[in-house]
Design a binder for this molecule. Sequence first.
Ligand SMILES: [Zn+2]
Length: 428
Amino acid sequence: MQWTVRLEARTSQGEVTTTELVTFSRPAVVSTLAEVGLVLSDTKALLAKLQASMLCGQVAEYAAHHRACVECGALQPLKDQRTRRLQTLFGTVEVEAPRFKACCCRQPVPMTGVTVSPVCALLSARCTPELERVQAELGARTSFRDGVRILEALLPVSPANHESLRSRTHAVALQLEAADRQAAAEITAVRDEPDKAAAADASRPVVMLDGAYIRAVPGHQVRNFEAICGKVEQEGQPTRRFALVRSVAEQPHALLRAALQDQGWREGDAVTAISDGDPALPALVRSATGGPVEPILDWFHLSMRVQHVEQVMGGLYAVEPPPLAPLDHAQIDVERLRHLLWNGHHEKACEALGRITSWAKDAIVLNEPAMEARAKRLLARCTELRSYIENNKGALIDYGQRYRAGKPISTSRAEGTVNQLVSAHCLA
Ligand SMILES: [Zn+2]
């Protein structure tokens, strides 16, 4: 049995041409399931022929339309016939790109000796934007080698090596960054107009940053890489999300700066940065703004460490027989910890932690050996929390007050961004 696919093309002048694209044949009586219906190799052949036929016809019509002089309408003489190759998702196509001598009617300066090539002007890149986008999408989600394999398996796309997929992915990434900066520059230009500047919201933008280690695709030069995800929030503006990989982003601070400018931040404005205690994150904000940054230690991360102390304390009371004094005193201080830190009394919290650790040390001596391991764990958790507080002294605030004012106190929403990124990566 045979099937023939014919393509009927109709130009804008109404001329119709029919081209035979492909013929598929199958045995009259098939013997296996594999011989039933259209298969991938047929489809790829069909798509390649269809693309070549459409593209050549369309470009020829384009060239014919542009051959007429824009001034007098006369046909410009043909100088020579060249060809151009265009890479598409459906194969590389060679199209005719005639060059014309510019019409001599143009005044006051006759353009004698000038040639025009409308097709070359149209085909400004070697590949279609669609191919570039699909390659970049695959390059961002899988290894470059796998990206090439997937494309070649499914589509009649011209063979590419992983190097070209890599460079195309990077080119698209740079375009995205440039577009971000451009958009930010336009917004800044609008805001610099005096009347608009006066109307700008005086409230300070909040940057929420969070880092995550993400497993790299197999075969990548490193096993893990650190991604920084964040959000910029400003009252009256839609939230702006961003993500970057510090080790490969050429200008990580430029990306953040663009995100801030997009949210209405202006040079010299103070910025609030909420992060988990990694000093590199507020430093990134400082290098992006070059101005004052108010760092805030994320309440979620602080609260988690308090919870560790509370849990170990609870575990101490779960053993039989219950511990002897002085752990009862420690229990009271553990119960106060969260309240003290929430209300910005971090020095009192450190004093309480000091008392808990000294009672825990006594408890190790006074109680049964069974208690010893647990009391040591309490000691370790308290020491951990205390150094976390001391290392982040400049970033501790009265969380309760800020919370009651309706302002964010946690990057947990930035963590949502990290989780989205991680799960998108795992699903890909
Ligand atoms: Zn003319």
